[in-house]
Design a protein around this ligand. Sequence first.
Ligand code: PLP
Length: 447
Amino acid sequence: MVLEGTMEIRPDGHLWIGGCDTVELAARFGTPLFVYDEAAMRATIRRFHAAFQETGARYEIAYAAKAFCTIAMCQLAVEEGCAIDAVSGGEMYTALAAGVTPDRIRLHGNNKSYEELEYAVANGIRAVIVDNFVELGMLAEVADRHGRTMDVLLRISPGVEAHTHEYISTGQQDSKFGFDLASGAAHTALREVARQARLRCIGLHCHIGSQIFDTVGFTAAIERMAEVYEAGVRLGLPLEVLNVGGGFGIRYTEEDDPAPIEDHISTIVSAVRDAFGARRLAEPEVWIEPGRSIVGPAGITLYRVGTQKRIPGVRNYVAVDGGMTDNPRWALYGARYQCVIANRAQETPGGVWSVAGKCCESGDMLIWDAPLPDPEPGDIIAVFATGAYNYSMASHYNRLPKPGVVFVRDGQAALVVERETWADVVRMDRPLRYDMAPAEVKRSVLS
Ligand SMILES: Cc1ncc(COP(=O)(O)O)c(C=O)c1O
């Protein structure tokens, strides 16, 4: 069982989080329900800050909102001294709606629309991380039209990919993101951006992967990034930032053993100092963009048990009231999770149960072969480490309403996203009609 932060099993056999009984939370707010341990999220961000402060480096932490983007989460991240890394107009809109000042927002994305760039420039956000040549031209035009100069970072694919314990150093990187180094696109981009009067290239960016356990991939990427940075400095670009992205790994199961945050940060800063020192470059400000590591371990999902099916000699299935609609990660990448029966957490497992969702899809599975006491209808199953890329990837498949989200702290629960109703699911549907007025047909994303 991966109990993180304030999670504990109390003598009544219930799972508690943030001083709240999960069984009561399920009864009060309904299931499925995402529950976030507020103290744990704040503590993780503080560990990132402390780790940087220990090194004496100039730094910035931008919370990668894609991991879990809601108004309350943006507020929490900013209160803890983070900027917000948004990857779409919708995420920028959420951050602004949360009261985040534009100078704390950066925009990412491999296919930003004209509308999204306009929104970024008109609102005066801090920086755009430019991904490709089409965007470079489009952003220069938008900035010109608004009579503004935009700070930009160029996203480079350095030919280093990292995932858990492995890192691969490739010559030619096959990725949809960024200007790649091997083909010369990165160096061409430096020259292009230098020609744009309305774009001020203040930095370079790379993101080498997700669920990274070892620090070695960061070191390899930073060495390559220093080479590009040096070329940019020679061209006269006002570079002052090296952004090394996110990807810091977490424990989904007891077998996962990611390097501590402190090790990642001290390695990153040392690698920057070594690579930049060797080239006699001024030490840049180091930016990072953690998402999963902040929200992943702090979140759990509560489900209510419905039906079950025993296939003698084959497998036992227990079905819950959510599934791939609130957690598509097993279906997408075979992601592994652990769970507990939250109202009988001290009982010894009686067998092995596979936890299925309620969608009409055989791949709608949450966990295979979990040791559990025999589940009864009405039991509450808590799945651990579901705080990242679960709610944010939720869908309406089978027209299931999206779950609610609560933050818990010191025995109190705050509803931060209401659970949807069936009426919400059909809210945007229209009866068949061919005579719509143009305004009804083409709604602006801002109206
Ligand atoms: C550019 C960029 N930055 C940051 C992140 C956040 O990564 P993680 O949530 O693994 O920390 C991602 C994730 O895909 C990303 O693509």
